[in-house]
Design a protein around this ligand. Structure first.
Ligand SMILES: *[C@@H]1O[C@H](CO)[C@@H](O)[C@H](O)[C@H]1NC(C)=O
Length: 268
């Protein structure tokens, strides 16, 4: 894990070019994360495999300390063969995970996207109940889908042994004869509103300054431009392609784990 640096950011975009060393059973994680028990975290995790079998990329979001939002894709290339770009865009309206500029996952701010005809928007929940002669109508407001609020974030990277679950569900064990395991990063780029170096994580003035800052005011927050608030038509097509051909697991449709569908998944 990298030490926390003055790369603390809120509303940021992290872009990392990464190459994985070969080796089974190894789990590489490069989250953008804040600190504390209400922390936010956006994860790219590479789940290793037997040599020659595909890596899976698992993404996850922690919001206010709660995760359990795993999705997994297989990649359309061998991530150990060359560098590729893995990026997270986070602004007030969406969190987008990208692989070589192809969006593979979008987590929208439901309150901003409600009523947009963009195929991702959610339906408000309402339930009516009829009961004999005494008819009562109960309207249940849908549980609000949470969205990561402004907190300072830092970029971390680590490698660990996850052969109890990650590699083909734990069937494949780490082959330690391949150690040491390596992940190589190139051109790590972070754009964001820099948290003042001497400010604490909970500094309300810094949170306000960074979340209120917008393009125009400081003239450099490109990720808050209107066009960044949702995918372009081309990106929407790329997302549909990636999910149709490469999605292998989505917590949103895992009814064994979630008998009640998480609010952000409603309407899918
Ligand atoms: C590993 O390879 C198997 C067989 O090709 C595949 O089913 C699986 O999704 C791959 N990835 C992981 C992380 O198990």
């Amino acid at each position: 894990m990298l030490p926390r640096t003055n790369l603390q950011r809120t509303r940021a975009r992290e872009q990392v070019q990464r190459m994985l060393a070969r080796g089974r059973g190894v789990h590489i994680i490069a989250p953008l994360s804040s600190a504390g028990d209400k922390h936010n975290e956006f994860d790219f995790e590479f789940l290793g495999n037997v040599t020659g079998e595909p890596y899976l990329v698992q993404t996850n979001l922690y919001i206010d300390g709660v995760g359990n939002r795993e999705q997994r894709i297989d990649l359309w290339f061998d991530p150990t063969a060359d560098f590729h770009t893995y990026a997270v865009l986070w602004n007030p309206s969406q969190v987008v995970f990208m692989v070589d500029d192809t969006p593979i996952r979008v987590y929208e701010n439901a309150t901003l996207h409600q009523g947009h005809g963009h195929g991702h928007h959610r339906h408000g929940g309402a339930a009516a109940e009829a009961n004999g002669t005494n008819t009562t109508t109960t309207t249940l407001a849908a549980a609000p889908a949470p969205f990561p609020g402004p907190q300072p974030m830092a970029v971390y990277s680590s490698i660990w042994n996850a052969d109890d679950w990650a590699t083909q569900g734990g069937r494949v064990k780490t082959d330690w004869s391949h150690a040491p395991f390596e992940a190589t990063f190139r051109e790590v780029r972070v754009d964001g509103c820099a948290w003042a170096g001497n400010a604490t994580d909970g500094d309300a003035a810094e949170a306000r300054r960074c979340s209120e800052s917008s393009w125009g005011k400081e003239g450099r927050y490109w990720w808050k431009e209107k066009e960044m608030s949702e995918l372009s038509v081309h990106q929407s097509h790329q997302l549909v392609w990636a999910r149709a051909h490469h999605l292998v697991y989505d917590y949103c449709v895992d009814t064994d784990r979630f008998p009640v569908q998480p609010p952000e998944c409603a309407g899918r």
